[in-house]
Design a binder for this molecule. Structure first.
Ligand SMILES: [Zn+2]
Length: 361
């Protein structure tokens, strides 16, 4: 289900992970060129029906093409009926209906980049999304998850999966489609999420949400990597710890004006609530997985600011000596690699959500 397209909190270091794709990419393109032996089981990508094939109207203004690949893949459900019409014609009508609904909300085009029907038909949603996918190094900014639209590509799955399971035929294509999207953009399998991991919503439904560990595993079986998503601490009022400082630094990086004292008091709670409100996360004042998912970003050498201090302070808390100066230089990079080696993560010196979560453990 869609959410309003507010960019939300300004992403820190938004331009700092240009070029990261090459480092994190799996180094192959399904359906084009040689495929390594490890990919022997990878299925061909599904046919993706472009906007021109289903009678899309032009966007009301130009879609925004960002010069960076998305880092995350979000799974949605349309919360529409569980149709038994599995024809392409039905899917085309659904795509038109979604676009009409979204443009009636004042959006420029369909909110999601892609649509997948119960019949297993994959369709382009927002214009130019197929072009971006083929390219693999750019991203069409969508409108499917508040505060994540700069970094997340989304698939709307036809149906309502609160109490009903996705059809096996539909799921099989979802695996193929997700594998192709992750391969093209260099998205790691662990970065496949449900909409509810970021916003206060039921989407993609309880039953489909429960399928996501399997989806991550099925995709990882084809593209490699550990499919385990980040596990975040839960911090609440009254907590006193070094990792409360990390939370406070991260909140400051998103505009909060709180002190960094490691004491989760009233001011920190208010700042968490404010951040949750701005990112459309559940607004309970408790820093749980939704809040951390929204706070986590990609930090690499050259980054600077409060979020870097969060990382540096946690390195120190883990016994790795670095200056807590907010400048991600060679010393911090070495410290990050040392930590990654210690906890058996790929020692690439990049603080992605999983590395951050391990620093907080
Ligand atoms: Zn959704």
């Amino acid at each position: 289900m869609q959410d309003i397209p507010t960019p939300g909190a300004a992403p820190i270091a938004r331009r700092r992970f240009l070029g990261l794709t090459a480092a994190t990419g799996v180094g192959l393109t399904l359906g084009a060129g040689p495929i390594g032996a490890s990919l022997a089981s990878a299925a061909a990508p599904p046919t993706i029906h472009p906007t021109s094939s289903w009678g899309a109207v032009p966007p009301s203004s130009a879609v925004e093409m960002l010069n960076q690949a998305p880092k995350k893949l979000f799974i949605h459900h349309t919360a529409t009926g569980n149709s038994t019409d599995y024809s392409l014609a039905h899917g085309q009508a659904l795509a038109r209906s979604i676009q009409r609904d979204h443009m009636n909300r004042g959006w420029i085009d369909s909110g999601q980049q892609f649509t997948l029907t119960r019949g297993g038909h994959a369709l382009e949603g927002r214009h130019r999304s197929l072009e971006a996918l083929r390219n693999g190094r750019v991203h069409v900014q969508g409108a499917h998850c508040t505060a994540q639209n700069d970094v997340a590509v989304g698939i709307e799955n036809e149906g309502n999966y609160m109490t009903v399971d996705m059809r096996a035929e539909h799921y099989a294509v979802l695996v193929d489609f997700s594998t192709y999207i992750c391969s093209q953009f260099g998205i790691r399998a662990y970065q496949i999420y449900g909409h509810r991991n970021f916003n206060a919503t039921d989407c993609p439904g309880d039953r489909l949400y429960a399928m996501l560990p399997r989806l991550r595993s099925d995709v990882a079986a084809r593209i490699g990597g550990d499919p385990t998503p980040p596990a975040w601490p839960t911090l609440r009022r009254g907590d006193r710890a070094e990792r409360v400082k990390a939370l406070q630094y991260l909140l400051r990086s998103r505009g909060a004006t709180i002190e960094v004292d490691g004491d989760f008091g009233a001011a920190t709670e208010a700042a968490v609530r404010d951040f949750q409100g701005r990112t459309k996360a559940s607004s309970d004042g408790v820093a749980g997985s939704q809040t951390w998912n929204q706070l986590a970003w990609y930090l690499t050498r050259g980054a600077s600011g409060e979020a870097v201090k969060a990382v540096q302070n946690q390195l120190v808390a883990n016994g790795i000596s670095v200056a807590v100066d907010g400048a991600f230089g060679p010393g911090t990079e070495t410290g990050v690699k040392t930590f990654q080696n210690r906890v058996s993560l790929t020692a690439d010196g990049i603080v992605d959500p999983r590395t951050l979560s391990r620093l907080l453990a």
